[in-house]
Every structure is written in structure tokens, then in C-alpha cells.
Design a binder for this molecule. Structure first.
Ligand code: PLP
Length: 425
């Protein structure tokens, strides 16, 4: 038995959900999971010594790759200085300064410990600010694992087995209304049915938890106007897109000015950091300046701040990184498109910047069980073949999401060669 198999058995006994629990194993599709032993740059090595080219980067935070020396040293220095407890230090202020400087819509910011917590806090703040209780979200957008937001999103492992609604028994209070992404009419009718009751609309500006879906032209500005006209706040959940498409995130890319923004992943440099921020007038509702309570024992923890500040500072000082990431993403997308065209593969490719996605299903067949089944099987064959060749990307049901980070053009070409081998069959 391999060490990964031993750990998997143990995890199943000790952790509810087994491999779908927060065990940091490689999530597998139908086969035995592998556990990470060490990682460096774009490579991870499992506990049995096998090497993989990693297209997840710890599910998104590691835009500069694993174990970036400056980040590792900053964390060590902070811990050695005895700053590993949650009292206020200058590090929090530096982090706040960086976020406010780089994301123009954010005038004030609060630090928390995860993307989920950032979303929960932003929603509570929106309710406090507007005095309303309802929230509009979009089917398929993922906003973390809080009970208010966990509506089955896309086909990621984090929602596998979760009922389509909230994961709680029918009849429990539910103030969350669900609209259709890219469909303004669905938002208009929810506003009409819930006049004067909607506190906020929350969305991923580029949904990246159901593959990668791009906003249609006019959708985001139209939504921003609808929010303003109806007195609801617009909350951009940039936990996955923040600092990934440029330091200003997806909002800068699409020219949107949300009232509140949530962050996570990249701002922590691999350690647990989340943040939410936005318009001063709204943020000042937080206690003690305002009435909305929010605090956390380890929020702004200096060791985590050290990792995040270092990563954000590298990004800020080296804008070239984003050009390189964009070039890697484009190389991958163009290569995949060429392969599927050349071999008549029933699939499509989307993406933006370093986020690329190979869809085995057109969205229109998502509700057709037979088509879904066959897409899932083709996806599994693809995933398992790529993993057997040492290429690891986010497991799903029928979308392969690749996040480029510290890869080289040669890594991309190797990936494309493997992809062609399995797709042409
Ligand atoms: N929001 C978005 C858009 C996400 O992608 C995620 C995580 O994948 C979250 C919120 C939740 O963040 P976390 O897993 O750090 O709690």
C-alpha cells in the first residue's frame, strides 16, 4: 500500500466526508487520492515521491508558485519575531494600504481569515447598511461554505453531494434569491418580486467555479445600474479573480465599481487571509464606528499578513508578471482550441488571463442527464490520463480548469502534447 493510500484510509475514518473534507489531498476523480509531500514553483511531489505539474496552486492562492523564497522568508521572519498572535501590528495596516491602493473601489477594508468569512461579513454589512434582508446571487457562482451562500455551484468537488438548495432541510429560512448569470431579466424580475427588500446582489464577476464563464457585453454595467436603481449594494466576490487578472482584479478589467468587494486566496500568499472592503460610507457602519459587529481572534494575524503582503508587493512591483501569465494562458487556450478543431473533439475552450477552461459540455446540455453522464465520462478519462502523466488541474465533473502560475512555455507545450494524446482518441 502506498503512503497516500494509507493516509486516505485514515482520513475516511477520522474525517467526515473523507477526501471531500478539507484534507489537502489531490482530489481524485474515481481513483485513489494522492497526498502532497512537498512543492516548489509549478511542481508538487506526492508523499510517495511522484512529481506533478500543478495547475491549481493550492486552489488559487499561489499565483507566484509554491514556496516562493521571498514569501517563505517573510513568514519565517514574522514567526521568529514572536508575531504569531492576533494582536494588532503594523502588518494589518500595510495590508490594508496595499489593497486600498491597488483596488480603486476599495476605500476602507477589514481583514478576516478566509474568502467565506469575507463574504459572510460583507453580506451582514450590506444588510446593516440598507436595513433590508434579501440577497440576490447567481446560480453556479460559488461564495464559500457558509449556510447562507452554499447553493450548489457548478460541478466542483466542494459542492458534490450537497443538495441543490442550501444543504439544510426544506423550510428553513432562506433570504437568498437566485438569478441566472448573464441574464439581466432574471435580476429585474427578482427585484420586482421583492421591492424594497433586497440588500445586495453578490456575484463572481468572472465565475470560475463552474468552469470559467465570461460576462456578456453589457451584463456587468447593466447589473450595476439595476443595483443603483433599486437601492441595493453590488458586491463583487473577487476571492478567485482578485489580484489575478491584474492588481485591480476583474472589476478593473471590466470597468466596474462595486460597492463592496470580497477577497481571499492571493492576498494570503498561501496562508489564511480574507478581506472585504469598499465605499467608506458603507464600511463605516462597522463597529465601533457603526452598528455592525465584526471581529475575529486571528484576523490580521501577522504571520499570515507577512505572506500576503510579500506576494502582493511582488505583484505590484512587477506588472510584467501579469503579461507573462496572460501569455501562458493564451498559449494554453490557443493550443487546446487547435487540438479540438483538428480532431473534431466535442468540447470548447474559454478563459481569461491565467484562468483557462476546457469544457466537455456546452452549458445548454447541462440539464440533460444522458449528455451530462457522457460528458462526465469523457472528462474522467481526460483527467485520469493527464494525472497519470503527472499533470494536475482542478477536478470537476466536466470542466478542466487550469490556473497558470510559475509555469514556463515548455510546461504548457508538454501539457498540450499530453492533452492531444488523450483527446484525439
Ligand atoms: N468566493 C469565491 C469566488 C471562491 O472562489 C471561494 C473559494 O473557492 C470562496 C468565496 C470561499 O473562499 P474560502 O475557500 O477561502 O473560504
Amino acid at each position: 500500500m502506498t503512503r497516500s493510500e494509507e493516509l486516505f484510509l485514515q482520513a475516511q475514518t477520522l474525517m467526515p466526508g473523507g477526501v471531500n473534507s478539507p484534507v489537502r489531498a489531490f482530489q481524485s476523480v474515481g481513483s485513489s487520492p494522492r497526498f502532497i509531500g512537498r512543492a516548489k514553483g509549478s511542481r508538487i511531489y506526492d508523499v510517495d515521491g511522484n512529481e506533478y505539474l500543478d495547475y491549481i496552486g493550492s486552489w488559487g492562492p499561489l499565483i507566484l508558485g509554491h514556496a516562493r523564497p521571498e514569501v517563505v522568508q517573510a513568514v519565517a521572519r514574522s514567526a521568529e519575531n514572536g508575531l504569531s498572535f492576533g494582536a494588532a501590528t503594523g502588518a494589518e495596516v500595510t495590508m490594508a494600504e496595499l489593497i486600498c491602493e491597488l483596488v480603486p473601489s476599495v476605500e476602507m477594508v477589514r481583514l478576516v481569515n478566509s474568502g467565506t468569512e469575507a463574504v459572510m461579513s460583507a453580506l451582514r454589512l450590506a444588510r446593516g447598511y440598507t436595513g433590508r434582508d434579501k440577497i440576490i446571487k447567481f446560480a453556479g457562482c460559488y461564495h464559500g461554505h457558509s449556510d447562507a451562500m452554499l447553493v450548489k455551484a457548478g460541478s466542483g468537488v466542494m459542492t458534490a453531494g450537497v443538495p441543490d438548495s442550501l444543504g439544510v432541510p426544506a423550510g428553513c429560512a432562506n433570504d437568498t434569491l437566485t438569478a441566472v448569470y448573464n441574464d439581466l431579466e432574471s435580476v429585474v424580475s427578482l427585484f420586482e418580486q421583492n421591492k424594497g427588500q433586497v440588500a445586495a446582489v453578490i456575484l463572481e464577476l468572472v465565475p470560475a467555479n463552474m468552469g470559467v464563464v465570461l460576462p456578456r457585453e453589457g451584463f456587468l454595467p447593466g447589473l450595476q445600474k439595476l443595483c443603483r436603481d433599486n437601492g441595493a449594494l453590488m458586491i463583487a466576490d473577487e476571492v478567485i479573480t482578485g489580484f489575478r487578472l491584474g492588481t485591480g482584479g476583474a472589476q478593473e478589467h471590466y470597468g466596474i465599481v462595486p460597492d463592496l468587494t470580497t477577497f481571499g486566496k492571493i492576498i494570503g500568499g498561501g496562508l489564511p487571509v480574507g478581506a472585504y472592503g469598499g465605499r467608506k460610507e458603507v464600511m463605516e457602519m462597522i463597529a465601533p464606528s457603526g452598528a455592525v459587529y465584526q471581529a475575529g481572534t486571528l484576523s490580521g494575524n501577522p504571520v499570515a499578513m507577512a505572506a500576503g503582503i510579500t506576494q502582493l508587493t511582488i505583484l505590484k512591483e512587477n506588472p510584467r508578471i501579469y503579461f507573462d501569465l496572460e501569455a501562458l494562458g493564451q498559449r494554453l487556450r490557443e493550443g487546446l482550441k487547435t487540438i479540438i478543431e483538428a480532431h473534431g473533439v466535442n468540447a470548447s475552450v474559454t478563459g481569461i488571463g491565467s484562468l483557462s477552461c476546457l469544457f466537455f459540455s456546452g452549458k445548454e446540455v447541462r440539464n440533460d442527464t444522458e449528455a451530462r453522464q457522457s460528458d462526465t465520462e469523457r472528462y474522467r478519462t481526460y483527467f485520469n490520463f493527464m494525472l497519470s502523466r503527472g499533470i494536475y488541474f482542478a477536478p470537476s465533473q466536466f470542466e478542466a480548469v487550469f490556473i497558470s502560475a510559475a509555469h514556463t512555455p515548455e510546461d504548457i507545450d508538454d501539457t498540450l502534447a499530453c492533452a492531444e494524446e488523450v483527446l484525439k482518441k
